[in-house]
Design a protein around this ligand. Structure first.
Ligand code: GLN
Length: 191
């Protein structure tokens, strides 16, 4: 059975944890270096990326997690998590891990249209109900980045090697297909 590490410094980590557990896998909440035991996949949840980035550095989690991501650990990043992975941010000078070769715009939908729900196709999965909360989107992606979904011609889901990043929140709601696909990836990595 796969064990999934979930960054639990701040934000919507409980919902990911519940969904992963409902699928029969184990989870570890990552808050400090002592939590960096064995896991086969990593979830970077939504929340406030600025706070998450600050706590990652303060807790000494930044370097070990960056190394693990670069080493091929499967990562599922949602919303603020996608901001943490991005190599460039087009309205903020402080990228975090920088392991995903895309440019992300934070709070890209502005204040008025900050939060909305829509259904769009995800490559390999099909139509999916997407919950956007003060969401970012991707304004540029390197050619080797696979685009998994767009909404109104804006990129909202990508995969690059072991990293999957989503602008929306698949952990809210009861469609578990994204988490199931991620667990399969984690299981094969763990073997
Ligand atoms: N707007 C948040 C940020 O910039 C992300 C929003 C979210 O994760 N729901 O960090």
């Amino acid at each position: 059975m796969a064990v999934i590490g979930i960054l639990a410094l701040q934000g919507a980590f409980i919902e990911h944890e519940k969904m992963i557990r409902s699928l029969g896998a184990d989870t570890v909440e990552i808050r400090n270096q002592g939590d960096l035991t064995h896991f086969d996949g990593l979830i970077l949840p939504g929340g406030e990326s600025t706070t998450q980035r600050k706590l990652l550095k303060e807790e000494g989690l930044f370097d070990p997690l960056k190394k693990a991501i670069e080493g091929g650990l499967p990562v599922l990043a949602t919303c603020a998590g996608m901001i943490l992975l991005a190599r460039h941010l087009d309205n903020d000078d402080n990228p975090c891990f920088g392991t995903l070769p895309v440019t992300v715009r934070r709070n890209a939908y502005g204040r008025q249209l900050g939060s909305f729900i829509t259904t769009a196709d995800i490559k390999g999965i099909g139509p999916f109900r997407m919950n956007f909360i003060r969401a970012p989107y991707i304004t540029e992606a390197d050619p080797e980045v696979e685009i998994l979904a767009t909404v109104d011609s804006r990129i909202v889901a990508v995969r690059y090697k072991n990293q999957t990043a989503l602008a929306f929140h698949p952990e809210l709601g009861n469609d578990t297909r994204i988490h199931e696909a991620f667990l399969q990836q984690a299981e094969s990595f763990g073997k």
